[in-house]
Design a protein around this ligand. Structure first.
Ligand SMILES: Nc1ncnc2c1ncn2[C@@H]1O[C@H](COP(=O)(O)OP(=O)(O)OP(=O)(O)O)[C@@H](O)[C@H]1O
Ligand SMILES: [Mg+2]
Length: 263
C-alpha cells in the first residue's frame, strides 16, 4: 500500500467575521500520492492558500479530516514532515541568508559541517552563492523568495507546500526554478502541493492540476497532465503541453471551447 502524502476528506473551512461567516472551503476531497506533483489553481479568493494552510497545520479545518503521511496535520508539523515556501518569503530578518536556509537543518540537529555544505549547495541552486552572508533586507523581493525556496528544500522533505513561490520572480528565473523544482522533486521523490495563478506553470510542473472555484471554495475539476517525467524546454513548446494548457483554461472558465479540429 502506498501511503498518501496528503489525504483531505470532506474538508471545510468557515471563517467567522464581524459581517457574518465566510465559507472559504467546502467539501474538499484531495489525495496526493507520495512523490506526486499537484498544483492548485483558481480565481483569487477561492481558498487555495487556506487549503495549504490547513495542510501545514497553520489553521484548523472546520469540518472533515486531514492526514499527512497518515498522521494528523499537527503531528506532521511537529515531525517536520514537510517544507513550506509561501507567498511572503517569511525570512528571519536577524539571520543571514545562509542561516535562514540552514534553519530547518538546525531544527533537525544536523551538524555544523554538514549544514554548511548543504547551505552552499542550496545557495548555488537558487543562484545566491554570493549572498549567503547578507541579511534579507539587503535583497530584492525575488531574491528573498529564492532564499525561502532553498530553506524549504534544506531538509529534503517528502512533502513540499508552496504558495505562489515564484510570483515575485522574473520570467527567466521563474522558468529556471520551475525546471529545478521538477528535477529536485523527482530526485528526492518528494510530493509537492503547489499554488499558482499561472496555467502554463501549473501544467509544466504537475502530474495533476486541481481546479478550484470560489464561493464557496471547492474543487471543480482535476486534470491529469500525462506529460511524463521529462520536463525540459522542448516540452514548453510541444502540442501535448498546449493541449493541457487549453484543458486547464477551459476548466477554469467552466466552458468547453470548441477546437478548430473538432468543428
Ligand atoms: N483569517 C481569515 N478571516 C476571514 N476570512 C478569511 C481569512 N483568511 C481567508 N479568508 C477568506 O477566505 C477566502 C479564501 O481566501 P484564500 O486566501 O484562501 O484565497 P486564495 O485562493 O489563496 O486567493 P489568492 O489567489 O488571492 O491568494 C477569501 O474569501 C478570504 O477573504
Ligand atoms: Mg492565496
Amino acid at each position: 500500500m502506498t501511503e498518501l502524502a496528503v489525504h483531505a476528506a470532506g474538508v471545510g473551512k468557515v471563517f467567522p467575521t464581524k459581517t457574518g461567516e465566510v465559507v472559504a472551503l467546502t467539501d474538499v476531497e484531495l489525495e496526493v500520492s507520495a512523490g506526486e506533483f499537484v498544483s492548485l489553481i483558481g480565481p483569487s479568493g477561492c481558498g487555495k492558500s487556506t487549503l495549504l494552510r490547513l495542510i501545514a497545520d497553520l489553521d484548523q479545518a472546520t469540518s472533515g479530516t486531514l492526514e499527512i503521511f497518515g498522521k494528523p496535520a499537527k503531528r506532521a508539523r511537529i515531525d517536520q514532515d514537510y517544507g513550506i515556501a509561501f507567498q511572503q518569503a517569511g525570512l528571519l530578518p536577524w539571520r543571514t541568508v545562509g542561516a535562514n536556509i540552514g534553519l530547518p537543518l538546525e531544527l533537525h540537529g544536523t551538524g555544523k559541517a554538514d549544514r554548511a555544505a548543504r547551505i552552499a549547495e542550496l545557495a548555488e541552486l537558487v543562484g545566491l552563492s554570493d549572498f549567503v552572508d547578507r541579511y534579507p533586507d539587503q535583497l530584492s523581493g525575488g531574491m528573498q523568495q529564492r532564499v525561502a525556496i532553498a530553506r524549504a528544500l534544506a531538509a529534503r522533505p517528502k512533502l513540499l507546500l508552496m504558495d505562489e513561490p515564484f510570483g515575485a520572480l522574473d520570467e527567466m528565473t521563474r522558468e529556471r526554478l520551475q525546471s529545478e523544482l521538477t528535477r529536485i522533486a523527482a530526485e528526492t521523490s518528494a510530493a509537492v502541493v503547489f499554488v499558482t495563478h499561472s496555467i502554463p506553470e501549473a501544467v509544466f510542473l504537475s502530474d495533476r492540476v486541481v481546479v478550484m472555484s470560489p464561493r464557496p471554495g471547492r474543487i471543480t475539476d482535476v486534470i491529469e497532465t500525462g506529460l511524463g517525467d521529462v520536463r525540459d524546454e522542448a516540452l514548453r513548446e510541444s502540442t501535448g503541453f498546449f493541449d493541457r494548457v487549453t484543458a486547464v483554461r477551459e476548466a477554469l472558465h467552466g466552458t468547453p471551447v470548441t477546437r478548430a479540429s473538432e468543428s
